[in-house]
Design a binder for this molecule. Structure first.
Ligand code: DGL
Length: 285
């Protein structure tokens, strides 16, 4: 499946989704926008996240993307319905905490969910939780500051803060393990958190399952792209055409060098033609 897919997150977290997208759609081209100049989203107002999401979608539409992946649980929870209403002809795929896959895995029926405060407070997440609440006990934990620390760690390589926050939040959730009454499955409900897998593994041991939604989002994107052959990416504006023709373009509203460092660390088999660029996106309100 070929095609041009726009992907965005508040920062580098969405690279965990981009990883899965590139594996599922090796022939497609991707433009990724990290809104690092405005991260984190998870502790901001809904109005702010909505305005940022709209500004980024407008930028990706200029490049004639054929599908848009909101690689951010927070922006999905707050903005996906409005973005779909703004642009009904564009397939828009979001990411939500992987509660359903966790249900399929958990034996103890006690499932932990780590996410941003804003995701957990959203009507969308509450509806998901209510729909599944009879099937297991979900222990939810707002992880203030964790996405921000992960974002910052790329520049500093200092992971002590990340370890400390992971320890604090997992302790607050209770006992982890595979015995009855313990949490045996942990949902990483923010796309930044897979980049804290190592400290989480160290804290929780090898038996607790860590679950995120990247592969499911990637499969969904392939299906939507296949249905959207009518939107050929042939009309990209001249000055953006080169970007649209590149296998992978990584744009950041913050420091493009940090996005580059994160991509080099976390994206396997980066194409040599990858373009890294700073982009200034004014919030359109
Ligand atoms: N990575 C994002 C998410 O999945 C947002 C993290 C943040 O900016 O707070 O929720």
């Amino acid at each position: 499946m070929t095609g041009l897919v726009g992907v965005f997150d508040s920062g580098i977290g969405g690279l965990s989704i981009l990883q899965a997208l590139r594996a599922e759609l090796p022939q497609s081209r991707f433009i990724y926008i990290a809104d690092s100049g405005h991260a984190p989203y998870g502790e901001r107002t809904d109005a702010y996240v909505m305005a940022r999401s709209r500004a980024i979608m407008a930028e990706l539409l200029k490049r004639q993307v054929q599908a848009l992946v909101i690689a951010c649980n927070t922006a999905t929870a707050v903005a996906i319905e409005q973005l779909r209403a703004d642009c009904p002809e564009l397939p828009i795929i979001g990411v939500e905490p992987a509660l359903k896959p966790a249900l399929a895995l958990s034996q103890t029926r006690r499932i932990g969910v780590m996410a941003t405060r804003s995701t957990l407070a959203s009507a969308k997440f509450k509806a998901l939780l209510t729909a599944l609440a009879s099937q297991a006990e979900f222990v939810v934990q707002a992880c203030d500051g964790l996405a921000e620390r992960i974002e910052r760690s790329v520049g500093s390589n200092d992971t002590a803060d990340i370890k400390a926050l992971c320890a604090q939040y997992t302790q607050e959730m209770g006992s982890f393990g595979i015995k009855s009454g313990q949490i045996d499955t942990l949902v990483l409900g923010c796309t930044h958190y897979p980049f804290a897998t190592a400290p989480l593994r160290e804290l929780l041991g090898p038996q607790v399952q860590l679950v995120s939604n990247g592969p499911a989002v990637a499969r969904q994107t392939r299906l939507k792209l296949a249905q959207n052959t009518s939107l050929a990416a042939s009309h990209a504006l001249d000055d953006l055409a080169a970007e649209a023709a590149t296998p992978l373009t990584l744009l950041s509203t913050g420091e493009p060098q940090l996005l580059q460092a994160a991509a080099q660390r976390w994206l396997p088999r980066l194409p040599t033609e990858t373009v890294y660029r700073a982009t200034r996106l004014a919030t359109s309100t």
